[in-house]
Write a protein that binds this ligand. Structure first.
Ligand code: ARG
Length: 456
């Protein structure tokens, strides 16, 4: 038996039921639906639509239902189409006529929008927290390997030496922007749709500000039609998660490279790698590959929802039920990736010696030679040309650049630039990759992490 049985003479066809039921996936909203329902009860009581005793009975009933869910004893009835109908049906079973007053002045349209906002608000905080933990891990690794450096790449060609901490901080800044975006989205979604009814509000004396305040929303909706049809907060969450997923994917790709025999800059702990069912020697960085791979479905979830939304007339349309699975999936997947990747980084051993050998590649000093000439007044374009010729000579004669410089009278004096680590220490402009500039960034990151942690 459905909740709208009065209007219908035959029961719903099974194929339609299978298509339209959402309990099988939206039961995860039970806690948020109960919270919204309790606030609704208190809102009804505040304007006299429920007596003191009725509201107390209903609140206790909702509490009982919560316990049923938490203990696993809640049983879905055959007509429970979604979590909202299931809870209302159970409330009526437990509290009789008083239970039948629960839905007064409310539609599932404002109810589901309220529930989903509450759910998303919690989820955004949880993802932000997991993101901040990963930033913390990156900072820790930089601290632990304070002297480690590696080649920085452009076009995946060695370009200039960078400190490991500087390199990891680059990822950390991107993740902090992600966290910021998640928290911005959380601020923006904090509007209560409860009281919008099906689409046009209600003739009853309900005051939407009551439930809004109880639920910790900043304000109730301004327009009832917008309230029930707006899923911007889902789209924003999916975008923020997708972009974060793209960042994690790039980090994953980097770990795949670093842990390959060809780079060998790092290895992951045995507890964060997998073996091969056939090749006994294999130690695979599946965690990094999955971080990379998951971004595909996160992007898919976002585009899928945008397509669902794009043709919808006002206000509520059942298509909107398609907002849930992508949202649940993206939240679940991003948390899985954030947590596993944090562990993987924590388990990582950075191979200083290998990375250092690669970063001490003499060609990475070419720009320093040119900049020394610039410091002496040579126009940069001429300095570039001159050093380019030295590089070409080294390549053609298969000699180290240092030897060519040593043998070239007008640049010999710059030979010390080739000493280990010198090029790195010279990168001291603001935001640069040398030790002093990097330390400043780490300091700034820590302050930003602290500020974001407070906001979460
Ligand atoms: N399960 C539905 C959803 O997720 C609830 C709203 C149903 N409203 C309706 N008028 N059929 O969107």
């Amino acid at each position: 038996m459905t909740l709208w049985g009065g209007r219908f003479s035959v029961t719903m066809d099974e194929t339609l039921w299978n298509l339209s039921e959402s309990y099988s996936f939206d039961y995860v909203l039970y806690e948020h639906d109960l919270r919204g329902s309790s606030a609704h009860v208190r809102g009804l009581a505040a304007v006299g639509l429920l007596s003191e005793i009725e509201s107390a009975t209903l609140l206790a009933t909702l509490e009982e239902i919560r316990e049923e869910f938490e203990s696993g004893s809640f049983v879905r009835a055959p007509g429970d189409e979604d979590i909202h109908t299931a809870i209302e049906r159970r409330a009526t079973e437990l509290a009789g006529d008083v239970g039948a007053k629960l839905h007064t002045g409310r539609s599932r349209n404002d109810q589901v929008a309220t529930t989903l906002r509450l759910f998303s608000r919690d989820a955004l905080g949880e993802i932000a927290r997991a993101g901040l933990s990963l930033v913390g891990v990156l900072l820790e690794i930089g601290d632990k390997n304070a002297k480690a450096y590696l080649p920085g790449y452009t076009h995946l060609q060695r370009a200039q030496p960078v400190l490991l901490s500087h390199h990891l901080n680059a990822h950390a800044f991107a993740l902090l922007r992600d966290v910021d975006r998640l928290l911005d989205a959380r601020d923006r979604l904090n509007v209560s749709p409860l009281g919008a009814g099906a689409l046009a509000g209600t003739s009853l004396a309900l005051d939407p500000t009551v439930a809004a305040a109880i639920l910790g929303f900043d304000a109730p909706f301004a327009n009832s039609m917008d309230a029930v049809s707006d899923r911007d907060f889902v789209a924003e969450t999916l975008f923020d998660v997708a972009l974060m997923g793209v960042h994690l994917s790039r980090m994953g790709e980097e770990l795949v490279l670093w842990t390959s025999a060809e780079f060998n800059f790092a290895s992951l702990g045995d507890d964060f790698t997998t073996g091969s069912s056939m090749l006994p020697q294999k130690k695979n960085s599946d965690v990094a590959e999955l971080a990379r791979g998951k971004s595909g479905r996160l992007i898919g979830n976002l585009t899928g929802l945008l397509v669902v939304l794009k043709g919808l007339p006002l206000s509520y349309n059942r298509d909107l039920q398609e907002d849930k699975e992508p949202l649940f999936d993206s939240i679940r997947q991003i948390l899985l990736v954030l947590r596993a990747l944090s562990g993987a980084y924590r388990s990582m051993t950075f191979h200083d010696d290998v990375a250092k050998a690669a970063a001490d590649d003499q060609f990475l000093v070419a720009i320093d030679l040119a900049e020394e000439l610039v410091a002496e007044g040579v126009p940069f374009r001429q300095a570039h040309e001159k050093v380019g010729k030295l590089v070409a000579q080294a390549v053609a004669s298969n000699r180290p650049l240092r030897d060519v410089v040593a043998a070239t009278p007008d640049v010999q004096r710059f030979n010390h630039l080739f000493d280990d680590g010198v090029a790195l220490r010279r990168r001291r402009s603001p935001g640069a990759s040398g030790p002093s500039a990097s330390a400043e960034q780490a300091q700034r990151l820590r302050l930003e992490v602290e500020a974001a942690s407070e906001r979460v």
